[in-house]
Design a protein around this ligand. Structure first.
Ligand code: ADP
Ligand code: MG
Length: 310
């Protein structure tokens, strides 16, 4: 009697398990990405699919997390930032994991940051968005429109045209640069925000530890380079001609856009660049650099109140 009872239990359990399995199988096979995979890989047999149902189930669960991606920090996948991919090796079905777009961007940023110390991404800038830019002023509206247009249309490798954001201290120039960087990220275009005074200081130090070239290469090749607060530093002829000049020339050739922010307008920056620390006046060299900057940027005047005093 006892043994009949237990086999009956077993039978019921089995039935339950079967039903659940069938449900999962249905779910897995109707997942659009799995259906697309099957269409694209007719060499993967029904049998191979059936034999790998648990793998496929795992694929679906992880890939669905990506479909509703909550950001890298909140990534619920088994390996944070890794996305599964179905792969057919002559009919053998496997699931491979590779770093997702967000993870790749974050890794790249980490690598750059370890090389360029003056690369800065302040937290508030990371959160900067065009939605939060107050349109309290007519010039502010046209400034944020110009930035938005750039963020939507920038085409590194094809067009070197950037922006020159100028205006008083504290009006939100750096903030706008952050909003541009975030918008570009959505378009899968990376940008490097460098605080110019720190960067130039860092380059001078790099002379003594022999890292000038690798640092230069990194900045020269940024898809979109943002030189924040140019003109706030004391310049030297070396910085002007052999750092800034060389970077700009290279970016012009490679058609890579550069965005500047400055408290100075074009003429004031030219004046600033003409005076080197040593007191000499080199107007021609400053003019040459500024001609390049002007040619490759759209000037944007940012007006408004000083937000740092609010
Ligand atoms: P600038 O670079 O022109 O000197 P910042 O971009 O540093 O000015 O802005 C000054 C302060 O105001 C910063 O603390 C910045 O975070 C804040 N800020 C600027 N624009 C906005 C904005 N639209 N919304 C919220 N905070 C802003
Ligand atoms: Mg600033």
């Amino acid at each position: 009697m006892n043994s009949i009872r237990s086999s009956l239990d077993q039978f019921m359990k089995n039935k339950d398990w079967r039903r659940r399995y069938e449900e999962l199988r249905e779910e897995v096979l109707s997942y659009p990405k799995i259906q697309t995979f099957q269409q694209e890989h007719p060499e993967v047999t029904e049998e191979a699919m059936e034999n790998n149902m648990m793998k496929l189930f795992e694929y679906k669960r992880e890939r669905q997390n990506c479909d509703t991606c909550p950001g890298l920090k909140n990534c619920p996948n088994m390996m944070q930032g890794y996305q599964p991919e179905l792969y057919s090796d002559t009919g053998q079905l496997t699931v491979r994991y590779h770093p997702c777009r967000l993870k790749q961007q974050a890794d790249e940023q980490k690598r750059q940051q370890s090389l360029i110390q003056s690369m800065h991404i302040p937290k508030e800038i990371l959160e900067a968005s065009f939605d939060d830019i107050e349109q309290d002023h007519a010039s502010r509206l046209s400034a944020s429109n110009a930035c938005l247009k750039f963020a939507f249309e920038a085409n590194p490798g094809e067009d070197a045209t950037g922006l020159y954001l100028h205006g008083k201290f504290g009006v939100g120039k750096t903030y706008m640069v952050g909003a541009i960087a975030n918008e570009l990220m959505v378009r899968d275009i990376s940008s490097m925000i460098v605080y110019a005074p720190d960067f130039f200081r860092e380059m001078k130090q790099a002379l003594s530890d022999g890292t000038v070239q690798e640092k230069m290469d990194e900045v020269k090749n940024a898809e979109v380079l943002m030189l924040d607060d140019i003109g706030a530093e004391t310049t030297s002829a070396w910085i002007r001609d052999d750092v800034l000049g060389v970077i700009l020339q290279y970016r012009l050739m490679q058609k890579l856009p550069t965005v500047y922010t400055s408290n100075y307008d074009y003429d004031e920056l030219e004046n600033h660049l003409a005076y080197s620390q040593k007191g000499g006046i080199e107007e021609l060299k400053a003019k040459r650099i500024m001609e390049r900057v002007k040619h490759l940027t759209v000037p944007v005047f940012v007006d408004g109140k000083n937000r740092r005093e609010m």
